[in-house]
Structure formats: C-alpha cells, structure tokens
Design a protein around this ligand. Structure first.
Ligand SMILES: Nc1ncnc2c1ncn2[C@@H]1O[C@H](COP(=O)(O)OP(=O)(O)OP(=O)(O)O)[C@@H](O)[C@H]1O
Ligand SMILES: [Mg+2]
Length: 358
C-alpha cells in the first residue's frame, strides 16, 4: 500500500477571499507527479465519493462540502536534487528540469539551497533580498511569510525561484523541519505543481532541511566507482538522519559516454538500485557550460543540442510528460522568443535612428 504525501483540499467560497484549508493523507494508488486530481461531488449530498486521476481510481473518500463552497484539490510535488559529491550536475539538472517543466506549462518553483548560489545565476536572477537565508533566520511563526516574500520571477512565465546567498551556512539552520513547516503553512500548492530544491554537496543540516521538506530525492550521478559506492552509503545516512524525509527515488546518470567503462557502471547501478535508475542518461555536452556563460535558456537558445534533447527525454521519463507534446511546446515558445527578440531589435534600431545611429 502506498501512503501518499499530504494532499491539500481547499473549500473556496466566492464571497469570502479566505480559503478554508483541510489536509488529508490519501492512502491508495500512486499519483503521477503534477497530475490534477479530480473530485466527483454529488450535487445532492455534497460529498466527494471518489478521487480519480485521469480516469485511474485512486481512493474512496467521503467528506462533506460546506454549502455554497466549491471543492478544489491541489497536489504539489517537492523534489530535492541531492548528492553528497560535488560537481555531479545537481544545479544543471535542477535548472534544466525546472525550465523544461515550466516551458511545458507546469508551474515550478526552484529553490536554491546552496551558498554557491549557482542556481540563482543559472536562472539569471542572481542573489536577491530576501532569500532562503531569511527564511531560515525567521522564527517558526514568521517563516511562511518570509518564504513567500523570497519568491522572485524568472524570465520564464511559469518559473519562479527562491535565491540563495554566500552567507548561507550550516550554522544558520536551527530546526531541521523548519523548511517543511514553512512550506506546509504557506499553502504553496495553490501556486505550484513542482518545487525543485537544489542542494549544496554534502549531507549536513542544510541538506537535511531540504530532505525533510521533500517527497522525493533525485540523485544525478557520475559513472565512476567511488560515486556508485558512495550512493549506497548516502542512502544509509539519509535513512538514519532524516527518518521522516523523502527517499531516493530516481538516480540520473550524468556525463555519460557510450564507452565500455560507463556501460559497465550503468549495469552495476541498475543491479544495485533496480527500477530507480533512469533509462535516459545525460551525455557530456559543452552546451550546458555555454548557456550558463551566455546567460541563455537551453530550450530556447540551444533546442537542437544533444543536451536539450536528452533533458526533454529525461523529463518525459521522470514526470510522465508526453514527449511529442513537450517538443511542440518548446518549439512554439522558441518561435515566440525569436519573434519577440526580432521585434525588440527593430524598435531599438528605430529609436536609435537606424543602424548607423543617424
Ligand atoms: N552532462 C554534462 N556535460 C558537460 N558538462 C556538464 C554536464 N552536466 C553539468 N556540466 C557542467 O559541469 C559543471 C558542474 O555542474 P553543476 O554545477 O551542475 O554541478 P553541481 O553538482 O551542482 O556542483 P556543486 O556540487 O558544486 O553544487 C558545470 O560547469 C556544468 O555546466
Ligand atoms: Mg550546484
């Protein structure tokens, strides 16, 4: 039996801007990430007899809906991107997946939980005030408000982020459930389908905060002996230190080359973690460095690269998003982007009095 992470149900009343919140833990089938859950309420008895996910039966529930209220159910998945090893591609993975999901219509919040603030740079936002450190420094009662005020927009419409800063150290963290309580209390599921948390290398309090707030952990990994060995230890440490936190559900091989050594490690990894290693491996591609250096978005500026294609495939595999649909959506967004840039150039040129500045 699968105990599903808490699903929030809101009763909305048009006359009152206040949402009355109720929390349920649904026991039943597994919901694919980001899917909306539909309620079939009886107009006579005003009860929701069952919950369906895209036609698949999930659970039978019975509870009353107050008169003149509607029932809206939100589900949001929180994922920590974690590996105690450095430089394995955590930030690249978080940034690319967040952008890909946002470009295909999901509402995404990317949280930078690393003092190197690489994710904030990758998303072209930089360090902002307030940021994640202000959330950690806020007393428990103030933390939800601090979290919401730390959210900033990015260039992509559906992608928001909470930035980090250089002062973010392990010492800033008190209670390891601080982030979980803050996210739980601020009703984030009304605004986002996915929250992706990029973590610093290591397995300390800062990472424990993210793991305790997450439903799942995704681990990008290099195909090297020490990396594969370290993963077993990392899982053991996580179970001991964060017994109530998310678990490693996906391992994503990065820097893959189709050579015998990598294929041997891949086979070993599949044997050690059956069903948890993605079939899609992210290849070595200089495009990831290029887009970061140039401050560009992989799927808008380098859509035809090997790296972009592999990330699209990975997102399709990890989040059960239709691959063809993703390509169509990205191509559309890329076209819009090119058109907007061309228009912008035209108006800039006109304002400047022509190319020669006359
Ligand atoms: N598949 C890949 N092919 C080539 N370069 C890559 C690939 N994935 C990531 N990189 C590059 O490797 C470098 C390290 O990646 P990244 O910053 O994502 O790792 P990280 O695990 O977040 O590092 P840290 O532990 O320091 O936070 C970056 O310059 C990134 O552009
Ligand atoms: Mg990083």
């Amino acid at each position: 039996m699968w105990i599903y992470p808490t699903v929030r149900i809101y009763y909305s009343n048009e006359k009152s801007p206040v949402w009355l919140r109720k929390t349920f833990v649904i026991i039943g089938g597994r919901v694919p990430a980001g899917y909306k859950i539909y309620f079939f309420a009886s107009p006579v008895f005003r009860v929701a007899p069952a919950v369906y996910v895209r036609g698949g039966f999930l659970a039978a529930l019975k509870f009353p809906i107050p008169p003149r209220h509607e029932l809206v159910l939100y589900y949001m998945k929180i994922i920590s991107v974690l590996n105690h090893k450095g430089g394995v591609g955590k930030t690249t993975f978080t940034g690319c997946v967040a952008q890909a999901l946002a470009l295909t219509g999901a509402r995404v919040l990317a949280v930078d939980n690393d003092s190197q603030h690489n994710l904030s740079s990758l998303l072209n936002v930089g360090v902002r005030q307030p940021n994640i450190l202000d959330v950690y420094r806020a007393p428990a009662g103030e933390a939800p408000k601090a979290f919401l005020s730390a959210v900033v927009k990015t260039e992509l419409q559906n992608l928001h982020t909470v930035t980090s800063c250089g002062d973010l150290l392990d010492g800033a963290v008190g209670d390891v459930y601080h982030l979980k309580s803050a996210i739980d209390a601020c009703g984030l599921e009304r605004y986002y389908d996915f929250v992706l948390i990029d973590n610093a290398p290591g397995l300390d309090r800062l990472q424990a905060l993210a793991v305790n707030a997450s439903h799942e952990i995704y681990v990008p990994i290099e195909l090297k002996q020490f990396a594969v060995d370290g993963l077993v230890e990392m899982e053991r440490t996580l179970e001991a230190r964060c017994p109530r936190g998310g678990r490693i559900t996906q391992i994503i091989p990065n820097y893959y080359r189709n050579i015998r050594r990598h294929n041997t490690f891949l086979a070993a990894l599949n044997k050690m973690f059956p069903g948890r290693v993605t079939a899609t491996c992210i290849p070595v591609d200089s495009v990831f460095d290029e887009v970061v250096t140039e401050g560009k978005i992989l799927f808008l500026h380098r859509l035809y690269s090997k790296g972009a294609a592999c990330y699209i495939k990975a997102v399709h595999e990890l989040f059960t998003v239709d691959e063809e649909g993703m390509w169509d959506s990205m191509l559309g967004k890329r076209g819009e982007h090119i058109r907007d840039r061309a228009r912008e150039r035209y108006y800039r040129q006109r304002e400047g009095g022509g190319e020669d500045g006359q």
